[in-house]
Design a protein around this ligand. Structure first.
Ligand code: NAP
Length: 307
């Protein structure tokens, strides 16, 4: 095999996998419509006018509709009060057409609204972002629930490498509620030996060198270097960082791992873009489908996707 094809064979293609998941969701929604005469629906609340957040929400809306779901978007002004956001959430909690509710984060920096209060106002059975205290607790306790989409996407990609994960040393770099902590719980459930690193961790390079699996969720471009990585390790790069492009005014997106160097050493790696990113929306739609079946007491193969 040429060097090029060896390197290509190491790429974990999240874009391709997310497409197959979305096709599967589409076919399940058609079946639900025929058998039970309903269509799952996702409601998204966005506060303020941050362009990046609006792009994320637009993509969620587009992919929900393409999958055959109902989709609703509520745009609230950046000076909206916590009470008004929670009133909107309560309306959606009570709306029987709505299966999933998501508040796009982060809320505007200028807002004095508590993100935790807002998130916890979402009914746990409609919490398709898996961020309420109830669903976070269920994940930490190893119970079934609705869990955050990005970590779920990472686990689907790792599991498809068909490794025996039991006893593998997994290093999660980052301890956010959105990514680091839930993915650590999920890896623990897979019987990995999990280390969580953060900005105060000592000897991070050595921790990386010891790890069979590295999940990088830091938010610093190309932070994990190729020579930190153990031979034959699995690398999941969650980072999405926009950096300047030398010969092009458009920004370029890179991950938290120095991809060009790491791919030469590791066994498999997710690219950025095209790795974890596309899996996030696919897993959000999976959660919405799952929430819709649970709420209506419908047995569904969606449960096979539980991570
Ligand atoms: P976050 O809330 O800012 O958390 C970053 C974590 O990295 C923190 O726990 C921080 O440690 C740790 N960290 C910072 N500097 C470090 C250092 N020098 N050494 C070790 N750890 C360090 O970010 P996040 O929301 O988890 O997101 C992380 C990245 O993933 C971002 O690039 C984000 O854009 C991306 N992301 C991608 C998706 C997707 O769909 N692919 C979804 C969500 C997020 P402390 O806790 O000590 O501060």
């Amino acid at each position: 095999m040429s060097t090029d094809s060896i390197l290509r064979s190491k790429i974990i293609d999240g874009k391709k996998r997310s497409l197959t998941i979305r096709e599967w969701i589409k076919s399940e929604i058609l079946k639900l419509k025929e058998s039970y005469n309903f269509i799952p629906g996702l409601a998204v609340i966005i506060v303020g006018d941050d362009p990046a957040s609006h792009i994320y929400v637009k993509n969620k809306e587009k992919q929900s509709i393409e999958s055959g779901m109902n989709s609703w978007k509520y745009i609230l002004p950046s000076d909206v009060s916590e009470k008004e956001i929670i009133e909107q959430i309560n309306k959606l909690n009570e709306d029987s057409m709505v299966d999933g509710i998501l508040v796009q984060l982060p809320l505007p920096k200028t807002s004095s609204v508590s993100e935790r209060n807002v998130i916890n106002a979402i009914s746990p059975e409609k919490d398709v972002d898996g961020l309420t205290i109830i669903n976070s607790g269920k994940l930490a306790c190893g119970e079934d629930g609705l869990f955050p989409a990005t970590p779920s996407g990472c686990i689907i990609l790792i599991k498809e490498l068909s490794l025996n994960l039991a006893g593998k040393k997994a290093l999660v770099i980052g301890r956010s509620n959105l990514v680091g902590k839930p993915i650590a719980s999920m890896l623990l459930k897979e019987n990995c030996t999990v280390t969580i690193a953060h900005s105060k961790t000592k000897n991070l390079i050595q921790e990386c060198k010891n790890a069979d699996i590295i999940i990088a969720a830091i938010g610093i471009p190309n932070f994990v270097k190729g020579d930190w990585v153990k031979k034959d390790s699995i690398i999941i790069d969650v980072g999405i960082n926009r950096i300047d492009n030398l010969d092009n005014p458009k920004k370029r997106i890179v991950g938290d791992v120095d991809y060009e160097e790491a791919i030469k050493v590791c066994k498999a790696i997710t690219p950025v873009p095209g790795g974890v990113g596309p899996m996030t929306i696919a897993c959000l739609l999976l959660n919405t489908l799952k929430a819709s079946c649970i709420r209506r007491n419908i047995e569904s193969p969606i449960y096979n996707f539980t991570v």
